[in-house]
Design a protein around this ligand. Sequence first.
Ligand SMILES: Cc1cc2nc3c(=O)[nH]c(=O)nc-3n(C[C@H](O)[C@H](O)[C@H](O)COP(=O)(O)O)c2cc1C
Length: 335
Amino acid sequence: MDLTTDYLGLKLKNPLVVSSSPLTESVDNILRLEEAGAAAVILPSIFEEQLALEGNSIDSDISRGTESFAESLSYLPVYEDYRQGQDAYLSLLHHARLRAGIPVIASLNGATAGGWVRFAKEIEQAGADGLELNTYSLVTDPAMTSGQAEQALVDLVRSVRQNTKLPIAVKLSSNYTSLPNLARQLDGAGADALVLFNRFYQPDFDLEQLDVVPRLALSRSEELLLRLHWVAILYGNVKANLAVTGGVHSGQDVLKSIMAGAQVAMMVSELLARGIDQLSNIRAQLMRWMEEHEYQSIDQMRGSLSRRSVPDPSPFERGNYIKTLSSYTLRTPVA
Ligand SMILES: Cc1cc2nc3c(=O)[nH]c(=O)nc-3n(C[C@H](O)[C@H](O)[C@H](O)COP(=O)(O)O)c2cc1C
């Protein structure tokens, strides 16, 4: 059975990729992930704010005094605890690359084009197999239009593209007005893959402290549906590879991701909750299903449930909304 898949110009032994998280912040863990069956890993992100703060050869973006930087400065000490800076990042990358037999993809996390993107070149020199660009950004300024927000993202991708020859994957948020059009613009800006989607972390309200507090809950399989929907719509409409992140917890979830049109399915929450060895169970589930249903390869399944391939594409469109709402029947009479 052929589990191989192409992603970012790399030949991967299977479609299971471990996404950016603390799971990949040590070489030992990366080796354990490889042993459990991961086909590639993505390192934790190094952040725009962190790179700009550390300055050195990189322009000091802080002097721009933008609103986003003023906000960032208040939480940067957390970053300094969580990540130990550029040198440690490059060292992790270098050692992971030396010792692991699977591709190691670095992750840059930022929202605005600036001197910090030159770090992409250093990532390339340290031996990364690819670069994931996490573009988590939130528009809070009522004066900014959706067109301007998209343009900022496209400019950012273009400026990273100018700084490295590495294949670039762009990790997107789901909140865009016309994702298919944005995806095409990102194609044009040099994205080699689109990773769908960043999880949108909302803070909770602490009613006793009357404060707003961060809250990170691990994902559940239900969250996969949003990714499947958009991968199925984008498949065949963009040059970039497609990857799923968010809600992949089982072999079935991996199969669905591939059938929607993804090259790879990424995982974090499942492995944080159940341990790294869960990867080998997921791989076994994937193989068992393929065997039972007489599939010989991953490539054979790709896109078979995409919007282009299914006889009735209406489940991906507005018709689905009407059908779904009217399919609900009340179980007990409502007073
Ligand atoms: C504790 C934790 C740390 C994370 N750190 C990063 C990060 O540094 N950069 C990034 O792009 N994504 C980060 N993520 C998001 C994951 O890469 C992934 O996209 C997300 O968790 C959805 O996948 P899942 O449903 O398999 O967890 C993090 C997730 C968790 C749970």
